[in-house]
Write a protein that binds this ligand. Structure first.
Ligand SMILES: Cc1cc2nc3c(=O)[nH]c(=O)nc-3n(C[C@H](O)[C@H](O)[C@H](O)COP(=O)(O)OP(=O)(O)OC[C@H]3O[C@@H](n4cnc5c(N)ncnc54)[C@H](O)[C@@H]3O)c2cc1C
Length: 651
């Protein structure tokens, strides 16, 4: 387990930075009083990349020195000697620096300080007083009637060697579906997951609890902080925290994927797998009561004459009300048909063993074939599982890292990463909307789905809890930012979800850890621009009083007073580069893609790696290109079809 300890000087510098972002006042605690710096230290301690931890410590060691003051815009003064306004100016100078590395530092510090300030509970475990000040409801608390956790977990409390037919690494959308199919076919299956097992009784709607326990800790952003990376990391993976939106792979995307040398994508078998997955998840448009924030999406689109439709959702007996807005923090009432409720439950009933809190370090390869895996539990016990076949389903960031650590050489491993970069334009309305409540994604608009050659974007919203707001909104000073937070209850995000054509890559460091490199190409940036303009139009048509952009600079207009054309030219001036535009990724894909040829893909049309026999990849990495729709159904269908083929071979 990595560690991170700061000297007193470094810790003080971190506290001063956090206080500059969130000074409190008027009866509210400062970041220091809430323990924000300690929370940041605890989060950084989980980053396995020692180089990054050391860089942060070095920066903090220098932060309050005169040389860094000169470089950072504090003149000959130390940061700690400056009055509040000047400290803010120093931070903003980092954020607007010409050097992308300095903008990256600003974004990392901004995100860390603000997120923990608004997510942490109060010092004594009570409500954070800031929630009341901004009118945010805060966590729901645990549900007394939540059932006990049903899945049997196999303990690994000493060094252990196990055997089975198929071992699956990662239990998310891909790994879970594969486990359900293979165990159902009578094979002896072991699923190994690095995260822990959380279920209904653990889900209390706390942002802090969810983000520090069920979400991926590292990497939390691309190398230059230009895209925040969100993924699940627990038994069930992303299916536990996702928003239950359940699109089938679009027909034109199936054809595009088939043209990459995988004819199965246009086959009746793939259709049957899509059907089976949708059936298992109960996908329907029955639980789609639009919450207040989506009524704005609906009203805006209707007024503009734009496409708007009900979202297909993978839920059963969904409560729909306030509860539903906490979906991304885990569904307390068990309505979300996550892997826990579906495939892993099926696999468990068919006798599959599930191991949690165990990170797999490598695949064991003998004579060119995969024969098992080796890893270590959180407590430090070694685990070896021997098997006839291995499935890697660690998600599209950690899958290429595991393949590389296992010695695979195909140059396409890690390439062709797609992120569906997402951003949000904010609309402030007269009435209180509580945008963190109600069905997560009841509606969407495909108005700009195909802007060029099948590439474009979707408009979707998401429940706006503080963590989501902070991810996509600017900080221009503590007072201004707090005023934005005070408006949270009246503010709606109009989400723009890009189908990216050009993408990035996952590189794997000498330490075996993944680093995500991603740059928005001019082609993709032009589509983001259309999306920002389109989202502003929806807000304007829906009656927003004020609209602001997801740029690092403050760019806004008031319909009726300012014009959208001028707003967009200011958005252009604020830029779409790293640290200039807030982007996040919820959909991570393509980094070990399937294809017909080893020269352009990492895995063959059955999902088996070109390098090593009996080693399969069934997860978001498998996509030949971006799906253009929220990907969980496509991932599960690929795993379903691939696991059917593997079961036929092994039984
Ligand atoms: C907040 C959020 C909302 C989303 N909403 C939607 C939505 O509404 N609809 C939709 O279609 N998609 C949604 N997605 C995306 C979707 O959930 C993911 O695309 C999907 O879960 C990815 O599946 P996967 O199998 O590739 O990997 P994951 O589901 O990410 O699973 C990978 C698992 O592998 C584990 N792992 C990684 N490395 C190792 C290792 N070395 N050893 C052992 N275990 C390891 C991880 O801990 C993780 O649990 C959302 C994602 C997020 C984060």
């Amino acid at each position: 387990m990595p560690g991170f300890e700061l000297t007193a000087r470094q810790h003080r510098a971190l506290e001063e930075i956090c206080d500059a972002f969130c000074p409190g006042g008027n009866g509210l605690p400062s970041a220091r009083a809430l323990g924000v710096a300690d929370a940041v230290v605890a989060a950084v301690a989980l980053n396995p990349r020692e180089g990054e931890r050391r860089q942060l410590a070095a920066l903090l060691g220098l932060w309050d020195s005169r040389p860094l003051g000169v470089l950072g815009g504090a003149g000959v003064n130390r940061f700690s000697e400056l009055p509040r306004e000047q400290r803010e100016r120093v931070l903003l100078a980092w954020g607007e620096s010409r050097a992308p590395q300095r903008r990256a530092v600003f974004q990392a510090l901004r995100r860390a300080a603000l997120l923990f300030y608004y997510m942490l509970p109060g010092r004594d475990g009570t409500r954070n007083p800031v929630w009341d000040a901004i009118g945010y409801d805060g966590p729901l608390g645990p549900l007394e009637s939540a059932p006990a956790k049903p899945l049997p977990i196999t303990p690994v409390d000493h060094d252990q060697r196990l055997e089975c037919d198929v071992v699956i690494v990662g239990s998310g959308a891909g790994g879970g579906a594969a486990a359900g199919v293979l165990a159902g076919a009578g094979l002896d299956v072991i699923v190994v997951e690095s995260g822990d097992y959380y279920d209904d009784q653990d889900f209390d709607g706390s942002e802090y609890g969810a983000l520090t326990r069920y979400y991926m800790g590292a990497p939390s952003a691309s190398h230059d902080q230009s895209v925040a990376l969100l993924a699940g990391s627990c038994l069930g993976g992303g299916t536990v925290v996702n928003y239950s939106t359940s699109f089938r792979t679009p027909e034109e995307v199936r054809s595009e994927w088939a043209s990459h040398g995988v004819p199965a994508f246009t086959s009746a078998e793939y259709t049957a797998s899509l059907d089976a997955v949708c059936e298992r998840l109960g996908v329907s448009q029955e639980y789609n009561e639009p919450p207040t924030r989506e009524q704005k999406l609906q009203a805006g689109c209707v007024k503009l004459g734009w496409h708007v439709d009900a979202m297909p959702r993978g839920v059963r007996n969904c409560a729909q009300g306030k509860e539903c807005g906490y979906c991304g923090l885990g569904c307390r009432v068990g309505a979300k048909q996550s892997g826990l409720k579906t495939w892993l439950s099926d696999a468990g009933q068919a006798g599959a063993r599930m191991i949690v809190r165990t990170r797999i370090e490598r695949v064991l390869v003998q004579g060119g074939a995969a024969r098992g895996i080796a890893g270590t539990t959180v407590e430090g016990h070694h685990l070896v599982v021997r098997a006839r076949a291995v499935i890697v389903a660690c998600g599209a960031i950690h899958t290429p890292a595991l393949l590389r650590r296992s010695g695979l050489q195909n140059p396409n491993i890690g390439k062709y990463l797609k992120l569906h970069p997402a951003t949000a334009v904010w609309g402030v309305y007269d009435e209180e909307l509580k945008p963190w409540e109600g069905v997560m994604q009841a509606l969407y608009s495909d108005q700009h789905r195909d802007l060029h050659d099948g590439y474009g974007l979707k408009y979707e919203t998401a429940a706006s809890h503080p963590h989501l707001f902070i991810a996509f909104s600017p900080w221009r000073g503590a007072r201004e930012h707090f005023a934005l937070m005070e408006g949270l209850s009246n503010t709606v995000p109009m989400g723009v979800l890009l189908r990216d054509r050009d993408g990035g890559e996952v590189r794997v460091g000498r330490d075996g850890e993944p680093v995500v490199r991603y740059k928005l190409s001019p082609f993709d940036a032009a589509h983001v621009r259309t999306g920002i303009d389109g989202a502003a139009q929806i807000h304007e048509a829906a009656g927003a009083q004020r609209i602001y952009a997801p740029q690092n600079r403050w760019v806004h207009y008031e319909p009726g007073r300012g014009s959208r054309e001028r707003f967009m030219s200011e958005v252009d001036a604020a830029g779409y580069g790293p640290g200039q535009l807030m982007l996040g990724s919820f959909h991570i894909m393509g980094s070990a893609r399937m294809g017909g040829w080893p020269a352009t893909s990492a895995c063959d049309p059955t999902g088996q790696t070109w390098d090593v026999r009996d080693l399969y990849v069934f997860d978001g990495s498998s996509f030949p290109t971006a799906s253009g729709v929220n990907p969980q159904i496509s991932i599960q269908a690929i795993a379903h079809l691939g696991a059917r083929g593997l079961a036929a071979r092994l039984t």
